[in-house]
Design a binder for this molecule. Structure first.
Ligand code: PLP
Length: 400
């Protein structure tokens, strides 16, 4: 007899990650011998730079394999505080940062520390799906104003003003954005800051893709330093240093909030792996070699962006805004919906088109539905030029 388990209500509401589901499907198809090209993974295809790996190996040999203080070793928190101070132009002390198991854990803990039942969290759509699920796990309601292609998928001050209320606890700003690659200019952030000042909400600025911006990158607190006491900066080593598997991120902000986050950490993960912390210490310490690797990776992403945009826009029925950062393109595919494709099949939604592309073209993307934006696909171009060229050929050939 199959046992029925009663799960907590908050879990019953949880949507499992669409990107993880797609990755599992790709693995399964590959195991069956099908040569799938994946544009669904949100991680650099480069290896972690050698000096960072060496620092981790040294840490093992030096037996840095014991528990560390909650929120990370002091040297790393010092290096993070120095980096955030330099980036933002606002002074951060060691007590104002905590190191987490990826930016994702940092965000989760931030919502847990800030939100109560009935609170609202503003998450502009298209959004990285974990914001919405994490806000819900903290008892809050996600309010998701829809940005448009016309505004470059950026939240306008009018849109922000329209959704802010006394219940607004947090406003999430993610620039460069996953999934759209949108990067806010200083003027655009300035205009949003004026609206934030009318409320008492906390801003979570997720800058995880900051090293991958193809335009002048404007940081939230450079533009609005007076809002430092109402801002959490979230960042991590994953994307800039090709360190996704190491699980190192951080949150920087007002000490009482950071202390609350650390208190939760002290009862949950305690800290991310000691060895990963030493690797991150190398990443965050001044090094010409590492900075050079970061620049080279960003340059490769830029080249691949240009390549994929060129090939995508040649596909009839596909329209694409040019992303200014991260490593995603977010084409509008409504021109391919509701009409017969090559094998006579008609796709009514971008989700159906996504399945069609996987089955017919053996390319894996993620449908816009997963990001609160039906009618779009997200493609990660953190993959080789050859795969981009072949993948776009398959995309095109599968349609007519
Ligand atoms: C916008 C955004 N924030 C945070 C994260 C989490 O990154 P990490 O691997 O550091 O947990 C991701 C990862 O895909 C992301 O796209």
């Amino acid at each position: 007899m199959k046992t029925e388990y009663r799960l907590a209500r908050r879990v019953a509401q949880l949507e499992p990650s669409a990107t993880a589901a797609m990755n599992a499907r790709v693995q399964q198809m590959r195991a069956e011998g099908i040569g799938v090209i994946s544009f669904s993974v949100g991680e650099p295809d480069f290896n972690t730079p050698t000096p960072i790996k060496d620092a981790a190996i040294d840490a093992i040999h030096q037996n840095h394999t014991h528990y560390t203080p909650t929120g990370g070793i002091a040297e790393l928190r010092k290096a993070v505080a120095a980096r955030v101070s330099r980036d933002q132009g606002v002074s951060y002390g060691v007590g104002q940062v905590t190191v987490t198991a990826g930016a994702k854990e940092g965000l989760y803990l931030a919502f847990q520390a800030l939100c109560d039942e009935g609170d609202e969290v503003v998450v502009p759509a298209p959004y990285w799906v974990s914001y919405v699920e994490q806000a819900r796990l903290a008892g809050a309601t996600a309010i998701t104003p829809e940005t448009s292609e016309a505004s470059g998928f950026k939240l306008t001050p009018e849109q922000l003003r329209a959704v802010i209320s006394p219940r607004t606890r947090v406003i999430v700003l993610n620039s460069p954005s996953n999934p759209t690659g949108a990067v806010y200019s200083a003027d655009e952030l300035q205009a949003l800051a004026a609206v934030v000042r009318e409320s008492d909400a906390i801003v979570i600025a997720d800058e995880i893709y900051d090293a991958i911006s193809y335009v002048d990158y404007a940081r939230w607190l450079r533009v609005a330093p007076d809002l430092a006491d109402r801002t959490l900066i979230v960042n991590g080593a994953a994307k800039a240093y090709a360190m996704t598997g190491w699980r190192v991120g951080y949150v920087a902000g007002p000490q009482p909030i950071i202390t609350a986050i650390k208190d939760i950490q002290s009862h949950t993960s305690t800290h991310t792996a000691s060895i990963a912390q030493y690797a991150a210490l190398a990443a965050y310490s001044p090094s010409d070699a590492i900075e050079q690797s970061v620049r080279e990776m960003a340059a490769a992403f830029r080249r691949r962006r240009d390549l994929i945009i060129e090939l995508l826009t040649e596909i009839p029925g596909v329209r694409c805004t040019i992303p200014d950062g991260a490593f995603y393109v977010f084409p509008n595919v409504t021109g391919l919906l509701g009409r017969p494709l090559k094998n006579g099949q008609v796709c009514a939604t971008s989700e159906e088109l996504n399945t069609y592309l996987l089955d017919q073209a053996h390319i894996a993307c993620v449908s816009g539905e997963a990001f609160g934006a039906p009618g779009y696909l997200r493609l990660s171009y953190a993959t080789s030029d050859e795969e981009i060229v072949e993948g776009m050929r398959r995309f095109r050939d599968s349609l007519s």
